[in-house]
Design a protein around this ligand. Structure first.
Ligand SMILES: CC(C)(COP(=O)(O)OP(=O)(O)OC[C@H]1O[C@@H](n2cnc3c(N)ncnc32)[C@H](O)[C@@H]1OP(=O)(O)O)[C@@H](O)C(=O)NCCC(=O)NCCS
Length: 322
């Protein structure tokens, strides 16, 4: 079936196509127990980005049954893709066809893959690409490993009850906490985030636009975006987020969305203090549970969160080839 599976490609989705992609992702999420697209990709699908992504899709009798989002903007790490096949259309070769098409699309945009006269399809089909699989499902591993990818990075989702004790934060001398002030704190926060995540470029290179796209989201709440400062200088932040409303089918849950501390302020207990302040804020909003994502390899952060009572809930895997 793969040889005859037509994978269509575009750099733009119509509003109807956006709805179809989100409905497909929801159907897969309901079946698999893990939503197949990251927040970054959902925002891109809904609002577009600085540079167009490549959308790949497969239709059966007019109905969208497979979708891949290919982001070719990172010329250093190479393109990354997320894909999903409708649960009723699996094991028909659609996942494989989407990965092959994503690889071809990535190779065409990859300066490191450029070859005089153009790369042959057979060469492109084994070119470098990163694939995110949410939920660490055996089918995703089987597909990725069968196409020559390796497990490169593992992200944990951790959770904690907000009914368990949440002691008051103990702040270093002179440090105060306050909510983010939209407009006033934007530039200062982008700089702080870059310092805090110098070693984690996915997060550290967020721009003003990345910030403002999120500020325009319905869930954005400056009160839950807590900044730590001393003598007017920003030292760290805890950006919380509430997931789930009428359009979700689960009870609302709070998230430690991003926690970042300026390296110059490490070792003062700010990470713990800001975490507690944010979790108390979420509990104050009537939520009973909190979640977060952390890289399995980020042992200091994992230790902090375990210490705060978080335990692993699910796993996302980055598969890499090339
Ligand atoms: C992973 C996913 C995209 C696979 O889609 P699919 O259309 O069923 O995959 P294919 O039919 O093209 O399978 C290609 C190969 O992957 C492997 N594979 C896929 N699903 C498998 C499963 N459930 N068990 C064992 N092997 C599996 C097999 O080697 C298969 O080849 P074969 O059928 O000739 O044995 C689909 O299950 C899905 O949408 N999952 C949720 C989203 C996700 O995890 N995305 C990340 C993908 S890296």
């Amino acid at each position: 079936m793969t040889a005859t599976t037509p994978v269509q490609r575009s750099t733009h989705l119509t509003p109807d196509e956006v709805d179809e992609v989100l409905a497909l992702a929801q159907a897969a999420g309901d079946t698999d127990g893990a939503y197949p697209l990251s927040e970054h990709v959902v925002l891109h699908v809904r609002h577009g980005g600085d540079r167009p992504a490549i959308h790949l899709y497969v239709r059966e009798a007019g109905r969208l049954v497979g979708y891949a989002h290919v982001d070719t903007t990172d010329v250093i790490e190479g393109a990354s893709a997320e894909l999903v096949v409708h649960p009723m259309f699996r094991r028909h070769g659609l996942g494989r066809a989407l990965v092959v098409a994503a690889t071809d699309a990535a190779a065409q945009h990859d300066p490191l893959a450029a070859q005089p006269g153009g790369a042959a399809t057979s060469q492109r089909s084994s070119a470098r690409l990163r694939l995110w699989a949410h939920g660490d499902h055996p089918s995703a591993s089987a597909l990725a490993l069968s196409l020559g990818f390796r497990r490169a990075r593992v992200l944990w989702q951790m959770r904690r009850s907000l009914y368990a004790p949440l002691p008051a934060p103990e702040l270093p001398v002179g440090v105060t906490l306050r909510g983010f002030r939209p407009g006033e704190d934007d530039e200062g926060w982008v700089a702080l985030n870059a310092r805090a995540f110098a070693d984690l470029p996915d997060q550290g290179r967020w721009t003003l636009r990345d910030l403002r796209v999120r500020m325009a989201e319905p869930w954005f709440d400056p009160g839950g975006f807590i900044l730590a400062e001393r003598d007017g200088a920003l030292m760290g932040f805890h950006w919380t987020k509430v997931h789930g409303n009428a359009s979700h089918d689960h009870a609302p849950i709070g998230e430690v969305y991003v926690l970042g501390i300026d390296p110059a302020a490490h070792g003062l207990g700010l990470g713990r203090a800001l975490s507690l302040a944010g979790l108390r804020y979420l509990r104050g909003r009537g939520l009973d549970q909190a979640m977060l994502y952390v890289d399995e390899a980020n042992v200091r952060a994992v230790a902090l969160y375990q210490n705060l009572g978080f335990a692993r809930w699910s796993t996302d895997v980055l598969f890499q080839r090339g």
